[in-house]
Design a protein around this ligand. Sequence first.
Ligand SMILES: NC(=O)C1=CN([C@@H]2O[C@H](COP(=O)(O)OP(=O)(O)OC[C@H]3O[C@@H](n4cnc5c(N)ncnc54)[C@H](OP(=O)(O)O)[C@@H]3O)[C@@H](O)[C@H]2O)C=CC1
Ligand SMILES: Nc1c(N[C@@H]2O[C@H](COP(=O)(O)O)[C@@H](O)[C@H]2O)[nH]c(=O)[nH]c1=O
Length: 381
Amino acid sequence: MPHPYVLLSAAVSLDGYLDDTGPERLRLSGPADFDRVDEVRAQSDAILVGAGTLRADNPRLLVNSAERRAARLAEGRPEYPLKVTVSGGGDLDPALNFWSTGGEKVVYTTDKGAPKATAALRGLGVDVVPVGPELDWPAVLEHLHDVRGIRRLMVEGGGRVHTQLLQEGLADELQLALTPLLVGQPDAPRLFGPGGYPGGVRNRMRLVETRPVGDVVLMRYVPTAPGAGGLASAADRHWLELACELAAQCPPSRTAFSVGAVVVASDGTELARGYSRESDPVSHAEEAALAKLDPADPRLPTATVYSSLEPCARRASRPAPCARLILEAGVRRVVTAWCEPDTFVPSADGSGLLSARGVDVVVLPEYGERAAEPNRHLLGG
Ligand SMILES: NC(=O)C1=CN([C@@H]2O[C@H](COP(=O)(O)OP(=O)(O)OC[C@H]3O[C@@H](n4cnc5c(N)ncnc54)[C@H](OP(=O)(O)O)[C@@H]3O)[C@@H](O)[C@H]2O)C=CC1
Ligand SMILES: Nc1c(N[C@@H]2O[C@H](COP(=O)(O)O)[C@@H](O)[C@H]2O)[nH]c(=O)[nH]c1=O
């Protein structure tokens, strides 16, 4: 199911803390960085914080700049982003600033927390949404996307919320403001807590920007570790997007599809990429990518192949279709955007062929349009 784009935002001390142990909220960002955060809020459809942050900071979470609010209104958007919080227990203080400022608010909670939250917030116009016996993050994101129409979600903490979204592979981007101070208190809240993170300790995220903002450094990272099994992660979407970009770069053809493919190790390392007709006039994207790898590469059995079009099941121009090449390479996971239309091969079903041999095939239909785009001339009507 489609999710909003999830951006985790935090200011962090040089020793990895979000706050100190004192009663007042620690302002790590300087004025220039708070203004940058205001800009990111203004670009977002919704802002989410955990109930722990509501209790600790009593935040308003507004777009503070009148110009930015006016620009939102001029674009036909609400003046303020939707404010969202999550609470397991539903124990929420109705006197907090969060409820009395800004625009619409929603609380995601558990079945058990819902009656408590509803009673506490009665008359405040807050939508209380139970998502099951536990706080199920994919259900929260699906509800925000499908019911609230949220496409861009800014998450402003705290540490527990950031940790879970990253560990569950649901964060599309991290925006960290590294601030030149040291907290030095072992009991202070940390940015990311212990536990397993996608791709393990060898996973390196991709740095997409660094920028000085006053005396802090903004670092923007995107996750790279593929999801596991049949579940899609945010990084899966990024890699599939790259496959779609490669498809758009193929030499044009009237007799074959334009497809892009990327092979990615479980720790998020890109192993190879390819595109249709890259090496010769009939080569396929997955074939071109896999040909760049040593068949004995020990990373292949835990790798994921991203292909804008599902791997082919039959072909006339080569003895082995791409689905077979993938099986022979030992790859056990494929992520694709678009199922092969009947243009050249009726009922191809490369995904079915792979699934029947135990490969996890994840289809992300929200990228289908992009994958089909360079092939419009082949699709008729
Ligand atoms: N420097 C910065 O940029 C920022 C700093 N902070 C700091 O972070 C600290 C707060 O962080 P933290 O204490 O981790 O709190 P969080 O804001 O992450 O909220 C945690 C709360 O959210 C609810 N929750 C989250 N996940 C689940 C789940 N899976 N199941 C059930 N409930 C869940 C629970 O609410 P409930 O208890 O109601 O059940 C839980 O107590 C503060 O000190 C704050 O100042 C916060 C944001 C940004
Ligand atoms: N302390 C801290 C942040 N804290 C975040 O800002 C929220 C408060 O925003 P507001 O209601 O506008 O005052 C707070 O709840 C938390 O999510 N953010 C940052 O960029 N830098 C910082 O140093």
